[in-house]
Ligand binder design. Structure first.
Ligand code: FDA
Length: 299
């Protein structure tokens, strides 16, 4: 099955953009900020929170990166103007991390200043392992000056437990996820259960040390275990939230919401939807198979 899935995923990557778009629509709010606002308003009506992401990553030069920052500033303004219950998620390489670390620091600081003015918050997404150190360094530098910033850590990386041990003393605001990029087995767990076990080990450590945790997963097993852990440890509701991606497992999202837990949906929008959508499709070989069938008219 794994082989078939891999094959399907490889095929997906060579499909025309227009075809990917038909299926990818499910995972993105749309191309414009107005589309994201509309989606977030609907979520908020149900008592569900959001984090908005301007799609894009790895910009080539400073001016592209400044454009991305301006888009992010517009998102923060729009959240405030529309009184949305939402914050902002950013990709550090989109804001210039791989071009110039100081420049990136300045750019993200600008976002944090704007967010602070609105009493809002910015989460730094975690990208592939080539930028893990630089991202943590960026977060630590920002954390010296700002409280309204959070980081993401990935349970598939073997290094993460050490990172968490170092980050915990300064009370981090985490999003804990499994990790989405393709990493070598030297540095990453590959076995599904090992990743889950590490996820729970990390969650346990984060909660025990009094950090805020965004428990980001659609895995029923992990959610069930997280519920148990929260109850056993009697963790107050202002110390955690659940997080899921837009377009994925809405029934589960609604269940967590009706169980009385805080749930936040990651709502991406923008013109640079392609890389994000291919990653989402790779996670869902069933959907990838549907695309393949429709392309090759197998059904
Ligand atoms: P898993 O992949 O095992 O999925 C559990 C079940 O959910 C599947 O069996 C399937 O039913 C369903 N499912 C999952 N993905 C689906 C999809 N795309 N379509 C349909 N069904 C799907 N990663 C990263 O490296 N850096 C980051 O910054 C972030 N940020 C982030 C934010 C938020 C809010 C979430 C929820 C996730 C991320 N991720 C991420 C992605 C994360 O690392 C991981 O790849 C996905 O969440 C999938 O892992 P699950 O824990 O959901 O388990």
């Amino acid at each position: 099955m794994e082989l078939i899935n891999n094959l399907i995923v490889s095929i997906v990557q060579i499909l025309p953009k227009s075809t990917i778009h038909i299926f990818a629509k499910k995972y993105i709010a749309g191309e414009e900020l107005e589309d994201a606002i509309k989606v977030v308003k609907e979520l908020n009506k149900k008592g569900i929170l959001a984090t908005i992401d301007v799609l894009g990553e790895s910009v080539k030069n400073k001016s592209e990166s400044q454009e991305a920052k301006n888009e992010c500033l517009k998102v923060l303004d729009a959240i405030e103007m529309n009184k949305l219950n939402a914050n902002l998620s950013i990709k550090p390489t989109q804001l210039g991390l791989s071009i110039d670390k100081d420049f990136c620091f300045q750019q993200v600081s600008e976002l944090l200043e704007r967010a602070k003015k609105y009493n809002n918050f910015v989460r730094i997404d975690m990208e592939d392992s080539t930028v893990t150190d630089a991202t943590i360094e960026l977060y630590n530098r920002l954390r010296e000056k700002y409280d309204n910033v959070g980081i993401v850590v990935q349970a598939y990386l073997k290094r993460t437990i050490n990172d968490v041990e170092k980050l915990n003393p300064s009370k981090a605001n985490y999003r804990l996820c499994k990790g989405i990029y393709i990493e070598s087995e030297k540095i990453a767990y590959k076995d599904k259960q090992k990743i889950r076990d590490n996820y729970l080990l990390l969650l346990n450590k984060m909660l025990d040390d009094g950090n805020y945790v965004g428990i980001a997963t659609h895995d029923d097993y992990l959610i069930e275990q997280a519920y148990k852990m929260i109850k056993e440890k009697n963790i107050p509701k202002d110390k955690f939230e659940f997080q899921m991606l837009y377009g994925v497992k809405e029934n589960l999202r609604d269940k967590i919401n009706s169980d009385g837990y805080k749930i936040r949906i990651y709502v991406p929008f923008g013109k640079h939807w392609y890389a994000y959508s291919v990653r989402r499709l790779k996670e869902n070989p069933h959907l990838a198979w549907e695309i393949t069938k429709s392309i090759f008219s197998l059904n």
